[in-house]
Design a protein. Structure first.
Length: 249
């Protein structure tokens, strides 16, 4: 069974070559939808044998959807440039276990790394994500941020994606801040309206959940830092939504 690899990118010259090499162990083609990167992402991808499509960023879900018609195969492995299949996930696909049971999408466990350190606390593991699906009956959602896959029959599989998304806490904070802006706008566009206390309440709940209930407290300064970052993201998302509400008024 042939598989298409699909990646959306922007300024990923550090990761894109390794990601494409890894995908070609599984896929017979790799499609890169690039948002007009300012670095060498597109040229590296072409050198590695990928088909590069240029498209201004439409949002996480719509950008992935844009790339689907360029995939010639029904089964699509849709990774980010900083994601790689672990050996157990490669075996799952290569041995065609996904053809058993009639499922059209599979969610894999994600191992998130800060540098070389696995973040397996504060609710970051197991972080299931659907990255492998049949485009005939499943497709990315229209979500601008943290998109999901709309599927008829999804199955969770205890195999892994390795996500090397951050080299520092500063990078996590920067990305979370960007995500909070996108998420606030998405909520506003969906007609969600909140009260003044929502940002503080959700920020506090996020910290308590991550630090105490999700074992951040047992992981020293990293556990405290990740819990505070999660709290920051939750707070800022709703604080920015409040700003949008006031501006509308």
């Amino acid at each position: 069974m042939k598989i298409s690899g699909l990646i959306i990118t922007f300024n990923e010259e550090k990761n894109i070559g390794r990601c494409i090499d890894a995908l070609f162990r599984i896929c017979d083609e790799v499609i890169v939808v690039d948002s007009f990167s300012k670095d060498k992402t597109a040229s590296i991808a072409k050198e590695k044998g990928a088909i590069v499509i240029e498209q201004s960023f439409l949002g996480d879900g719509p950008q992935r959807t844009y790339g689907l018609p360029y995939c010639k195969n029904d089964w699509v492995l849709n990774l980010d440039a900083d994601e790689f299949l672990d050996k157990d996930a490669e075996d799952f696909i290569l041995k065609e276990k996904y053809l058993e049971g009639g499922y059209d999408a599979f969610s894999f466990r994600v191992k998130n790394f800060l540098g070389d350190k696995l973040i397996d606390f504060s609710g970051w593991y197991p972080d299931y994500k659907v990255r492998f699906f049949n485009k005939k009956s499943a497709h990315p959602s229209n979500s601008i941020v943290h998109q999901s896959i709309v599927t008829q029959s999804e199955k969770k599989v205890p195999v892994h994606i390795l996500h090397y998304g951050w080299e520092s806490l500063e990078q996590i904070i920067s990305k979370k801040n960007q995500y909070s802006t996108w998420h606030a706008q998405q909520l506003f566009d969906q007609g969600v309206r909140i009260c003044f206390f929502k940002p503080v309440l959700n920020g506090t709940v996020a910290f308590v959940r991550c630090y105490f209930f999700k074992k951040g407290i047992f992981n020293g300064i990293d556990g405290l830092s990740i819990a505070m970052i999660q709290s920051f993201f939750s707070y800022m998302k709703y604080a920015k939504l409040l700003k949008l509400q006031k501006r509308k008024i």
